[in-house]
Design a protein around this ligand. Structure first.
Ligand code: TXD
Length: 319
């Protein structure tokens, strides 16, 4: 039975998600957008490329939640992206209202879906989505850690001239300037990155610059694009999560998930390594954190909590 993925938001990321899912033949795709024409036009355009690219999935566009019912996976990008000079947090007010609408739309039509939220400010928006929708916490996750880790790995690969496939790392915590590159879990061709620093193969200064560039990875692209934000790498990251669920891959990947005591954190969403399989979030993996990593992780959680407090002031229903 062909799987069904609904994409709520058919903008830059939504359209790219649809194209990547079609090229992989992962599932039939329903593109949903309040701008129905965007959803319909992009669905038709990608469908018309099927004879060239050889994929065989159905793509449709709609602004009617009925057309999205019984989705296996829902990926949400509905919302507004940043403009140059804006922080992710500046999007809170408007995207909170949008995510409330989306939660209303999906909770009745796809109660069993695995829901991947991409809309910023990610950690607070995905938590609000889970509260508004009432869907199970292990089936509502946020996409950010894969993207942030991918940016970090790419920058390391450029600096050390090592293929990205030979670099392992996690960037965890909130999807903001307080995100934490877990250096203790970063390996380059099987070697701990801090050993490379000790051996003089990578200066601490260069490593600090790469960590900082990762934190600002989104803003760097917003500056270039002027209109809109990153969408190719975010879309690729969202598809990775959907594939883990649909194919029961049980990969260990960094996602924003509900923490209930793990990492000493209660009742907040933040990025940590998890096992994603056909049951959704199947396990939260607790890494050994160094003192520095623990301090930075706690600081990142604090930033997410403060932003969620701001969200509760905007909408007391979130309390
Ligand atoms: O790592 C991450 N999580 C981030 C997330 C990486 C990059 C971008 N990030 C955020 O994703 C970004 O800050 C935005 O909040 C979302 C979507 O970014 P995108 O670049 O795709 O934005 P677009 O191109 O503006 O698309 C958003 C679409 C647009 O077509 C609107 O018409 C639609 O969302 N939209 C809605 N769809 C459904 N329902 C409602 N209510 C709605 N409102 C707007």
């Amino acid at each position: 039975m062909k799987k069904k993925i609904t994409l709520i938001g058919a903008g830059q990321i939504g359209g790219t998600l649809a194209h990547l899912i079609a090229l992989k033949g992962l599932a039939d795709v329903v593109l949903f957008d309040v701008a129905a024409g965007i959803a319909k036009g992009k669905a038709l355009d990608i469908a018309q490329s099927s004879p060239v690219s050889g994929f065989n999935v159905n793509l449709t566009g709609t602004d009617n939640y009925e057309d999205t019912k019984n989705s296996d996976v829902i990926i949400i990008t509905a919302g507004v992206p940043r403009k140059p000079g804006m922080t992710r947090d500046d999007l809170l007010g408007i995207n909170l209202k949008i995510i409330k609408q989306v939660a209303e739309g999906i909770k009745k039509t796809s109660p069993n879906a695995f829901v991947i939220c991409i809309t910023n400010p990610l950690d607070v928006i995905v938590m609000a989505l889970q509260k508004y929708s009432g869907l199970p916490k292990n089936k509502v996750v946020g996409m950010a850690g894969i993207l942030d880790s991918s940016r970090f790995i790419y920058f390391l690969s450029e600096e050390l001239r090592v293929p990205v496939q030979k670099i392992k790392s996690f960037v965890l915590g909130g999807h903001g300037d307080s995100m934490v590159a877990m250096l203790g879990s970063t390996e380059i061709e099987g070697k701990k990155i801090m050993d490379l620093v000790r051996e003089g193969k990578l200066t601490q200064e260069k490593l600090d610059k790469i960590v900082d560039r990762t934190k600002k990875g989104g803003a760097e692209i917003v500056k270039y694009l002027e209109k809109g934000s990153a969408f190719y790498a975010p879309a690729a990251s969202g598809v990775e999560m959907a594939e883990c669920y649909l194919s029961d891959l049980k990969k260990k990947i960094p996602c924003a998930v509900h923490l209930n005591g793990e990492y000493g954190t209660q009742n907040i969403y933040a990025g940590v390594p998890v096992i994603i399989g056909s049951k959704g979030v199947e396990k939260i993996v607790e890494l050994e954190l160094s003192k520095e990593e623990r301090k930075n992780f706690d600081n990142s959680i604090k930033a997410v909590k403060e932003l969620f407090d701001a969200a509760k002031k905007i909408d007391p229903e979130l309390v």
